[in-house]
Structures are given as C-alpha cells and as structure tokens.
Design a protein around this ligand. Structure first.
Ligand SMILES: *Cc1c(COP(=O)(O)O)cnc(C)c1O
Ligand code: SF4
Length: 328
C-alpha cells in the first residue's frame, strides 16, 4: 500500500465553467478528500512503464511500436490520472529526444511512434512540428500517433495546435481522451474538426470511471456522439489501480457486464475494445473471455500478449465505489 501523492488541482477556465454545469466533469477535475486515502486494492506498479523503458522518455513494450513521452505536463490535472506520480516532471531534453529517435531509427521493426505523456499537444507548436518532421525522416516509421486530452482541457489551444500535425510522410493518428458526452462542447467539437482538417485520423479513448461514466446509457451516448463527429471509439480502459484513485474504480466484472450490454445496442463503429493493462508491464489485453478468466480467490487470471499468465487481484467490492448520485 503506497501513500497517494497529492496532485495539485489544475483546471483551465474552460473546464471550470464546464464543471459548474456538469457533475461528470466536476468529479474528474475537482480534488476530492478520497484521494489522500491509500487502499489495500492499490497496486505499486499499476502499468509497469519502468520495466520496459530502455531510455529516458521511451517505453518499448511491443516489437512494432514505441511510446515517446516528450512532456509530462498536461493543461489540466485529471484526478484519476494513473501517471500522477510523474505528472509535471517536465520535458525530455534535446539529447534525450535525439537518443530516443536514434533508438527507433536503428530498429526497422518499429513501424509506429506514439507520442504520449503528459500531453504532447501542449508542446510549443514549432517544437511539436519539428519532432514530427524528425519522425517522418525515419523511413521505417509509417505511423505517428499522438495521444491528447487538450481538446477537452483547453479546446481553443487544441484548435490552434492542430496545424503542427499537418500531414507529413507518416500517417497522423490522434487518440483523443474523452470520458463523457458533456466534454463534447461546441469548442471541443471545433478542435476535433481542426484536427481532422489538418489531415489526422481520429480515434478516442475513454477511462471507465465510477460516478462519471459507469453506465450503459452514459457510454452509449458518448460513443454515438463521437462517431457522429468522425471519431472512432478505440479503447475503453479499465481504470488502473494507482494510489489515490480507488473512488473511481469499477470492478472488472461490472465493466465486462457493461460491455456485454453495449455490444447488443451499438453500431460496430461505436464500440471500443475494453482493455486491461496488466500490472507489472506485461501489456494491454482485451478484457474478454479469451484473455481474462475468474480465479478461485475472487480475482482474475489474465493471459498476456506473449501467452504468459498473470494474476489480477480482486477489486474492491462494488459497494465501496461511489455511486453516480454520490458525485459532487
Ligand atoms: C498502450 C501502449 C502502446 C499502444 O498500444 P495499442 O494497443 O497499439 O494502442 C504502445 N506502447 C506502450 C508501452 C503502451 O503502453
Ligand atoms: S490527460 Fe492523461 S496524463 Fe494528463 S492528467 Fe489527464 S489522465 Fe493524466
């Protein structure tokens, strides 16, 4: 059990205004007393980045793609952040970026570079454009993917930043982090349109969060709205078990039940894959029967992409998570 790190509250004016009219947004960004409580259900290394990091700012877990973390800053702080221990650590130095790109160039089996963090869309536009140009210059890299929540955190800034992504040699894919339809304001829609206008293909990722979006109705509305905006729902993440986030957790059995109901009622276009990140750096798997099976102790057995089996300890009982009507 590790003591949760206090994450400073950080909201943009856009989020502050939105939080005043949306309980789902307030719960994601306004600090709560529960965050200071450690839980026996926390995991010390919820996703295991450290185990797979050959160089500072680079995570290489799958043969054909790498994660590059050029900045650990975000325009706002999501209270459930699973990288909260590292948030605000700063940017990679020019030398670290050069070393990471040399690592990629020396391994032609790497076809995709994924910029994450932190939020790479918060980098100064010239710096982001220069980084993408250097990625374009590595012939074996076919895809440059960027993970961002800036269209939700600060849509006007995201709209301005979109130009830095304008088409280069490698296909530009942007994975936008959106958790609730309330986040899809007119300003956020304009930012998504600007990213599409810059030639990016758009997908979304959503974190399943108790009291925010842990219902079939809420997720259906979100995924339908995203498809209508030209954004393909890509992943629904089971929440990682970082200290201080227990009040957001949804039992895995409940998440699987929600997915089962969504499958019957939504277009295939609107249906993301429900994903579990195996603790200890063993990778992501679909939280379906093919990879996840109940264990005798109330927990789960999870099969990693390489075939190895890992225990996923039991979740807190559903009763200890905060019900939607308990949200602020
Ligand atoms: C999540 C992740 C990826 C991307 O995985 P996809 O399934 O392709 O979205 C790549 N590298 C690392 C280290 C990751 O954690
Ligand atoms: S956008 Fe992602 S990395 Fe940034 S604070 Fe939110 S959850 Fe954490």
């Amino acid at each position: 059990m590790s003591t949760p790190r206090a994450l400073p509250e950080s909201l943009t004016p856009h989020l502050r205004a939105l939080a005043a009219r949306s309980p789902a947004v307030a719960r994601q960004f306004v600090a709560a007393a529960e965050e200071s409580m450690a839980s026996p259900f926390d995991l010390a290394d919820p996703i295991g980045d450290a185990a797979k990091s050959p160089l500072p700012g680079l995570v290489h877990r799958y043969p054909d793609r790498v994660l590059l973390l050029p900045t650990m800053a975000c325009a706002a702080h999501c209270r459930f952040c699973f990288r909260r221990d590292r948030l605000g650590e700063g940017r990679m130095t020019a030398a670290e970026i050069a070393a990471a790109l040399d690592y990629v160039a020396a391994r032609p089996q790497i076809h995709e570079v994924i910029l994450s963090g932190g939020d790479p869309l918060t980098l100064p536009a010239a710096e982001l454009a220069a980084l993408l140009a250097r990625i374009d210059a590595i012939p074996s890299v076919e895809v440059a993917r960027l993970h961002t929540r800036l269209p939700v955190h600060d849509p006007a800034r995201a709209r301005r930043a979109a130009a830095a992504l304008a088409a280069g040699r490698a296909a530009r894919w942007v994975a936008v982090h959106v958790n609730h339809a309330d986040e899809l304001t007119a300003e956020t829609r304009a930012a998504l349109a600007a990213l599409r206008g810059a030639g990016c293909f758009l997908v979304s990722q959503t974190v399943l969060l108790a009291g925010v979006n842990d219902s079939v109705e809420t997720l259906s509305a979100l995924f339908r709205a995203l498809v209508a905006l030209g954004v393909k729902p890509y992943y629904l993440h089971h929440p990682d078990r970082a200290a201080g986030t227990e009040h957001f957790r949804v039992p895995l059995a409940r998440g699987r039940e929600i997915m089962e109901s969504l499958r019957g009622g939504l277009s295939g276009l609107a249906l993301p894959a429900y994903i579990l990140d195996i603790p200890g750096g063993h990778g992501k798997v679909w939280a379906t029967d093919a990879f996840v099976a109940p264990a005798a102790d109330g927990g789960w057995n999870v099969r990693a992409p390489d075939g190895s089996l890992h225990p996923y300890p039991a979740d807190a009982p559903a009763a200890t998570t905060v019900a939607p009507d308990g949200a602020k």
